[in-house]
Structures are given as structure tokens and as C-alpha cells.
Design a protein around this ligand. Structure first.
Ligand code: CS2
Length: 473
């Protein structure tokens, strides 16, 4: 059955290349671009976007060019489906296709005011909150014998050019799931600029702003099934379309050079401090996701919505959110955390989204600190129990030992550590996996080891049954 499409609500002829989006994948299409599309419909303006990728994905960008930058976003759950056409793109850029100078030149362009980033946790090349100087790609970019490969290297090359041509500062806005993502981006960019020498870092400190933001929308990787659903609803194919849930939220620190694009008019919240929103989302939503990814896979489940059909697992997730994560938070004003958690459970139950647990399990070493380790640390300190978190960590270690494939930048060392006689000690003996005060705390490692042994001896379903205290719904 076809569904009516909401057309682009503004005049595309007015668009200029004012925003560069690095890491233009599924999430970018379905989240920040939707806010901008709607905001331009309300407020108008010339805020066009150049979509960029650095590594894979040159073809996907050329496909967007072939469609004149237009694509559809389908927002769906079991009952509803809405289709909008997104028209904010005014170009694409890929170094492999357009040459190594293209991105730094764009960053230097006086028209450009904002760089948006969705490069995933590992794209920042940080460790312990600072640029990772041992990172191979950072070392190569710093050596400067070849064009930069990392987002951080490309950004610094662009800022250097911008400054040299007398350009003004701009804003760099991270849309990745990390706490204080603005400060982290700033640390990475400044770390790189300082390591290069000269006084560019001082200019960046003065002229570039790095607001933090909390982003939320579940946007799974596209599948044949989601493509077919969109084609059927549209009445024709759109190879650039994306399927996501109806829910979206974006809370942005109000800290821009000049006027921000009309994100607020498109539904974003601009606030002085995003941290309460970030912590709540990272711990309740993403912490639950990572728990589902590992416990669910060991239980033989494939998707998040499948997991919601498993009664003990669903109850454990509610328990995690309300008894283990919520008590660690300074909640944003007016938030009812029980309603927030229950809304999350229904979002997870969205049967239109075939959100693969294996996709969420990707890069878990980069996700554990903010999603599970930090709240566990707070619970240990406060003397509160954390059984579901312990199950999640133990399931991760069991998964590293038993599941294939493992997709993680630290895969080899993790796999090796997980295969030994005492995997828990070996995993937490790896450098910089989490905060030292937690990893070195025997109350933490002993508890995780107990649960790990229980999974090994009696199976994950039994280990799960042992910890669920949340009443049946
Ligand atoms: C997920 C997120 O893959 C993952 O790690 O937890 O992408 C999640 O779907 C989004 O943060 C939802 O806003």
C-alpha cells in the first residue's frame, strides 16, 4: 500500500554549502538531516549540507548525487508509517573520488560554518579522553607523508588552510554516542594540532567551538526487507532511502560560532548543559542495547525486537534501567524516568526495525565505559547492587570467547584474552579498557567472574533467571 510523502518543505535553490557532514551514513540521513529539513521548512535559509565519507561509501555518495541529493526517510513502527523527502544536500565529497585536497578546501571555504560528525566512537582515535598517540592512523597522519586518513587529521588540515587564508572560526558538532562528545572532539583536534607543532592549536582554541550533543533515534542498517517495505510504501524504488523509528531527540549545547542552523526550529533542544540528557540516554538506552546485544546473542536471539519477546530478558532490561542505571543519574528537569524506561521498552519492541544484535555488539570495547563501566563504578561506590550489569559484562566476555565474528578495533587482543584460563582477569588486564579504579577493584572483577563461571557452567538462560527480580508486567 502506498503512503503519502511529505515533500521537501523549502526552496532548495537557496542552499549553499554551509555544513559539512563527515561520516554520512544511515544515522546522518535519518537524524540531523531530518531536523535540518524540518527547520529549513519553518525558518528558511541557505544551510545546505555537503555529505562526506572518508573510507568506504564513495559509491553511496555518488548514488546520492545521481538522485540530485534527494532521498526518503521512512519512519515506521508496527502500526504507522510516514515518509518524508529530504532535500538538504547540496553536494557530496569523498577523498578517493574527489582528491585529497577536496575536504580541506571545503573546510577552508568562507561559506562553511559547521562540521557535523557521525564517525562512531572509534573515529575520534582517543584513549582515556585524549588523542591516542599510539594509534597507527594518527601516527601516519601526523607524519604527513600522505594525505590524512582520519577525520581528526582531515579536520586539522582543513582548519590550517582556513586560518592561513584568513578565515573565521567555525563550529564542530559531534553527534556520536559519547559523554561530553564536544570536549572529546576538542581534545582530539587540539591534541593533533599541538602534536603537529606551530600555533594552530592556539587559533583553534580561540576560534573553534565544540558543542556537545545528545542524539537519539534508532536507525538500523538497511536490509532487503526494509528496502522492500519502502519501495512498496513509496510505489517506486529509492536506493538512497532509510528506515527508522518514529521517535527522535536531539539536545545540543548552545555554543556555536555565529547563528546555528535552524535545528531548534526542526525540533532540537538547545540548552546550556547537555550532560543530564547524555548520561540518561547513554546509560538507559545504549546501556540496555549493549546488554541486549551480548545476553541476547548468547540466548540465540537475532534482533532487539526478538529480545523483547523473551520475558525474563525484557524484565532484566527494565531492572537494569530503573534499578541500576537510573539511580546513578542527575535526571534532566521534568523527566519521569519510569515513563522514559517504559517508552524505551516499547521502542525496542518495534517489529518494523530488524535491529541486529550483532550490529550493536560492534565496537563494544569503545562502548562499555560510558554505557556500563561508569554506572557500575557509581553503584559500587554507593553500595547498590548491579546484577544485570554484571551479567552484561560477563556475557560480553563469554561472547568474545564463543561467538563469531567479533567486530571491534581491539578484536585480536580481546579474543586472545577471552580464550585463556581466567578470561575475566585477562580482559581487565588489557590497557585502557575502562577506568582504572573500577578495573582494578576486585569487588568488580570477582563479581563478573562469578557470573561468567555461572554462564559457562549452567548457561545464559539460567544465569539470567537467577538475577531477575523485576515483577512480571
Ligand atoms: C546502538 C545505537 O549500535 C549501537 O551502539 O546502541 O546506535 C542506538 O541505536 C542509538 O544510539 C539510538 O539513539
Amino acid at each position: 500500500m502506498t503512503v503519502a510523502v511529505t515533500p521537501v518543505p523549502f526552496d532548495r535553490a537557496a542552499l549553499r554549502p554551509r555544513i559539512l557532514h563527515i561520516g554520512f551514513g544511515a544515522f546522518a540521513r535519518a537524524h540531523p538531516m531530518v531536523y535540518l529539513n524540518q527547520g529549513l521548512g519553518v525558518a528558511g535559509g541557505d544551510w545546505g549540507v555537503v555529505a562526506a565519507r572518508l573510507n568506504s561509501g564513495a559509491e553511496a555518495l555518488s548514488d546520492l548525487d545521481a538522485a540530485d541529493g534527494l532521498y526518503h526517510v521512512a519512519e515506521a513502527d508496527g502500526e504507522t508509517m510516514a515518509l518524508r523527502q529530504i532535500g538538504v544536500l547540496c553536494g557530496t565529497c569523498h577523498p578517493a573520488r574527489d582528491g585529497a585536497e577536496a575536504l580541506p578546501d571545503l573546510i577552508a571555504s568562507p561559506e562553511l560554518s559547521l562540521i557535523l560528525l557521525t564517525i562512531t566512537e572509534k573515529g575520534y582515535c582517543t584513549r582515556g579522553g585524549a588523542l591516542d598517540m599510539d594509534h597507527g592512523a594518527i601516527q601516519a597522519d601526523l607524519a604527513g607523508t600522505k594525505p590524512p586518513q582520519t577525520a581528526i587529521g582531515v579536520i586539522v588540515a582543513g582548519l590550517e588552510r582556513r586560518r592561513a587564508s584568513g578565515g573565521e572560526g567555525l563550529t564542530i558538532l559531534s553527534c556520536d554516542n559519547q559523554p561530553d562528545n564536544g570536549a572529546l572532539t576538542r581534545a582530539a583536534v587540539l591534541g593533533f594540532a599541538r602534536a603537529r607543532g606551530g600555533d594552530l592549536a592556539d587559533w583553534i582554541e580561540r576560534e573553534v567551538r565544540f558543542p556537545s550533543s545528545m542524539v537519539d533515534r534508532i536507525v538500523p542498517a538497511m536490509t532487503d526487507e526494509s528496502r522492500a517495505l519502502i519501495s512498496e510504501s513509496l510505489g517506486h524504488d529509492d536506493g538512497n532511502a532509510i528506515l527508522c523509528e518514529p521517535f527522535r531527540q536531539w539536545v545540543i549545547e548552545d555554543n556555536f560560532v555565529g547563528q546555528p542552523p535552524p535545528f531548534a526550529e526542526g525540533g532540537a533542544l538547545l540548552v546550556p548543559d547537555v550532560q543530564p540528557f547524555e548520561d540518561m540516554k547513554l546509560r538507559l538506552l545504549n546501556g540496555a542495547h549493549t546488554t541486549l546485544a551480548w545476553v541476547g546473542q548468547l540466548l540465540g536471539q537475532e534482533t532487539v525486537s526478538d529480545c523483547m519477546g523473551n520475558a525474563p530478558l525484557r524484565r532484566a532490561i527494565r531492572q537494569l534501567m530503573l534499578r541500576e542505571q537510573a539511580p546513578t543519574l542527575h535526571l534532566p528537569k521534568d523527566v519521569d524516568v519510569t515513563a522514559y524506561a517504559d517508552d524505551l521498552l516499547s521502542r525496542f519492541g518495534n517489529t518494523r526495525l530488524k535491529h541486529q544484535l550483532a550490529q550493536i555488539a560492534t565496537d563494544s570495547s569503545q562502548k562499555m565505559p560510558q554505557r556500563l563501566f561508569s554506572p557500575i563504578g557509581a553503584n559500587l561506590q554507593a553500595g547498590r547492587p548491579w546484577p544485570v550489569s554484571a551479567l552484561a559484562i560477563a556475557a560480553w566476555i563469554a561472547g568474545l570467547r564463543h561467538l563469531e565474528p567479533i567486530d571491534d578495533p581491539r578484536r585480536d587482543e580481546l579474543r586472545q584474552a577471552a580464550s585463556g584460563a581466567d578470561p575475566v582477569a585477562a580482559i581487565f588486564g588489557l590497557p585502557d579498557l575502562g577506568p582504572a579504579e573500577l578495573i582494578e577493584n576486585v569487588a568488580f572483577t570477582d563479581r563478573v567472574r562469578d557470573v561468567f563461571n555461572q554462564i559457562q557452567e549452567s548457561g545464559i538462560a539460567h544465569a539470567l533467571d537467577m538475577i531477575v527480580t523485576e515483577p512480571r508486567a
